[in-house]
Design a binder for this molecule. Structure first.
Ligand code: DAK
Length: 262
């Protein structure tokens, strides 16, 4: 399904490319079409020799409140989840594979797939209102787009466990103190600060920048593919459970879920 044109905005500012999520009515929930458009836009900038760095921005109230629960809630069975969501999920991985640096400009909610999207970028500029979390357990699943792996590498095992097992969220200041974000700025300037950082990078020699990015990634990502694959299979299997159905249904019906452990 093609994305509604206004749901993802794409612009160029000198040597930087800016992609903005713009689905405010759903707190920038990452539907299949939105993620396809984001990857297409960033991929286009990655191949464009006149672009040297990119910014992936959200809106002041939300970077992204997760993958679109409405699209996932009716999937029954782990095999069906894998069939329907595997390509969607590969979009998060594709962002991690871009050659040029991507800076996430995060304000408001960065939850679930939104937090995973920010973490798939290379650096994060956060507004004072940013909130980071992996609350999937609250709707009967687990992070499925890299959260258990990238969050653990970013903040360490203890905090990552707490966040993934309880849905605990981090304020922008906490995220900064744990090394998840580069800088915290007033909400009015989160986008301009991200652009400023992108322009600074874009002024450096592009081949050296790309080589540095690849090297830092290598340090962080070795064995990541194995972890991601393990995480993914666990995620898909949860679509065989009643609690996944109940968690997503309860969210849509705006009530508390009743867990059965089945
Ligand atoms: N999906 C769809 N709609 C969402 C949404 C989401 N993740 N989050 C918010 N919305 C919608 C709400 O349904 C509501 O729509 P209307 O009812 O107005 O039509 C609108 O956005 C405003 O939300 P609220 O009314 O709930 O606003 P509040 O300020 O009261 O609360 C909130 C904000 C962010 C605390 C709350 O909306 C919330 O808890 N949202 C869900 C957060 C969450 O659980 N996120 C994780 C989702 S699961 C994978 C790829 C990705 C993933 C997994 C696998 N593969 C392809 C394998 C990722 C999974 C997830 O992200």
């Amino acid at each position: 399904m093609p994305v509604a044109a206004a749901e993802v905005l794409v612009e160029v500012d000198g040597k930087i490319g800016i992609v903005t999520l713009n689905r405010p009515q759903a707190l920038n929930a990452l539907s299949i079409s939105v993620m396809d458009a984001v990857v297409e836009a960033l991929g286009g900038f990655d191949r464009d020799p006149s672009i040297h760095a990119m910014v992936l921005a959200g809106l002041p109230r939300a970077f992204a409140a997760g993958a679109d629960i409405g699209e996932m809630k009716n999937i029954t069975g782990g095999a069906a989840a894998e069939k329907q969501l595997a390509r969607h999920l590969s979009n998060w991985d594709k962002i991690g594979l871009l050659k040029k640096p991507v800076i996430a400009a995060v304000s408001g909610f960065a939850l679930g797939g939104g937090c995973e999207l920010a973490m798939a970028c290379d650096m994060i500029i956060a507004s004072e209102t940013a909130v980071f979390g992996q609350p999937e357990v609250l709707i009967g699943v687990i992070p499925g787009a890299g959260g258990t792996q990238r969050l653990t590498k970013a903040v360490g095992k203890q905090l990552s466990m707490e966040m993934s097992l309880t849905g605990r969220k981090l304020s922008a200041r906490e995220a900064f103190s744990f090394g998840l974000v580069n800088k915290v700025v007033p909400v009015e300037s989160f986008l301009s600060e991200a652009k400023k950082l992108a322009h600074t990078i874009a002024a450096q020699p592009p081949l050296a920048v790309q080589a540095a990015k690849a090297s830092v990634r290598e340090a962080v990502d070795s064995k990541l593919s194995e972890g991601l694959s393990f995480e993914r299979q666990s995620f898909f299997r949860l679509f065989d459970t009643q609690d996944q159905k109940e968690g997503m249904k309860a969210f849509s019906e705006k009530r508390k879920p009743v867990w059965t452990g089945k």
